[in-house]
Design a protein around this ligand. Structure first.
Ligand code: GLU
Length: 294
């Protein structure tokens, strides 16, 4: 297992990230600039987007550093990658319609055409590939554990026997715990942010999901000194861009991700978004874009 350098409590000087109320109404981004506007004509099947020439992109709304909605503002690595890819597909920022895509609903949202693309800490897996196609990967994270800062009893998944763990239904971390750690009592919610109050109050013992997500929560100013990541990452989560199965957009997204990695935009986005939580990407990053869009 690779070592990730996730240091907690080094909260960056950036403004405090405040969790939004997770409304699911898919507001559009109101403050987009015009400078990146390019024609969408070269986008091939860019017409898969909204009728008004927009593209609907599914993200998380409650994951600081990855996908976070704060009023009309959207931030995080997934948001930055989505904006960069959309621009290369011919969509300006104000043509992006951001739609909340909670983990349990991602495949369905692509299958039913509610979104064109999903950038939502969405791990590429064989079982998901039966229903959707993936471009990417554009980042590699690992499963971790978030515990109360004063809890030294949990240092890895093997310490979770008899403890209560919180995760999200339909996520790879929840599935892994269910499959590999049957002695753990798993509580599953719709979003990870719903686990946080339960952890702080002592109702649960730990939250498990990707270390990127957990580092983002731990670094929030309102939790300073109260939470820590325990142990080392114990999986490889390859973040892909979800498209409808067989969508022609998928190959274009692969090309766009490769270009963003090559021209330095990926590195800038990672520094800007994960840096405030003092998260340093582990080995394998930036990844080789090798999904076949099958
Ligand atoms: N990357 C994992 C997954 O796709 C966990 C994070 C999430 O639920 O978005 O299931």
């Amino acid at each position: 297992m690779t070592k990730r350098h996730v240091r907690l409590f080094a909260v960056a000087a950036s403004a405090a990230l405040v969790l939004s109320a997770c409304g699911g109404d898919g507001d559009t981004d109101a403050d987009a600039g015009d400078d990146g506007t390019t024609a969408a004509e070269d986008g091939g099947d860019a017409g898969e987007g909204g009728a008004d020439g927009s593209i609907r992109i599914g993200i998380k709304f409650d994951q600081p550093g990855l996908g976070l909605r704060d009023g009309d503002t959207y931030s995080g690595l997934d948001v930055e990658m989505a904006k960069g890819v959309a621009e290369k597909l011919g969509y300006s920022e104000d043509q992006i319609e951001w739609v909340e895509s909670p983990s349990p609903q991602r495949e369905t949202m692509l299958e039913t055409g509610q979104v064109d693309l999903i950038f939502a800490t969405y791990s590429i897996t064989d079982s998901r590939k039966e229903r959707v196609s993936f471009a990417g990967p554009y980042f590699i994270a690992g499963q971790g554990l978030l515990v109360r800062a004063d809890d030294d009893s949990i240092n890895g998944p093997e310490d979770m026997e008899g403890k209560i763990l919180c995760s999200v239904a339909g996520s790879t971390p929840a599935q892994r715990v269910a499959d590999e750690y049957p002695g753990v009592e798993l509580q599953e919610y719709n979003t990870y942010s719903e686990c946080l109050p339960a952890l702080l109050s002592g109702t649960i013992d730990a939250i498990t999901t990707d270390d990127t997500i957990l580092a983002g929560y731990a670094a929030q100013e309102q939790y300073a000194g109260q939470l820590k990541l325990a142990g080392e990452p114990f999986s490889e989560e390859r973040y892909g861009v979800g498209t409808a199965k067989g969508s022609e957009l998928c190959e274009q997204v692969n090309e766009a991700i490769t270009a963003l990695i090559d021209d330095g935009a990926w590195e800038q986005a990672v520094t800007d978004t994960l840096g405030p939580a003092d998260y340093t990407p582990g080995p394998g990053n930036p990844p080789e874009v090798n999904e076949d869009c099958a």
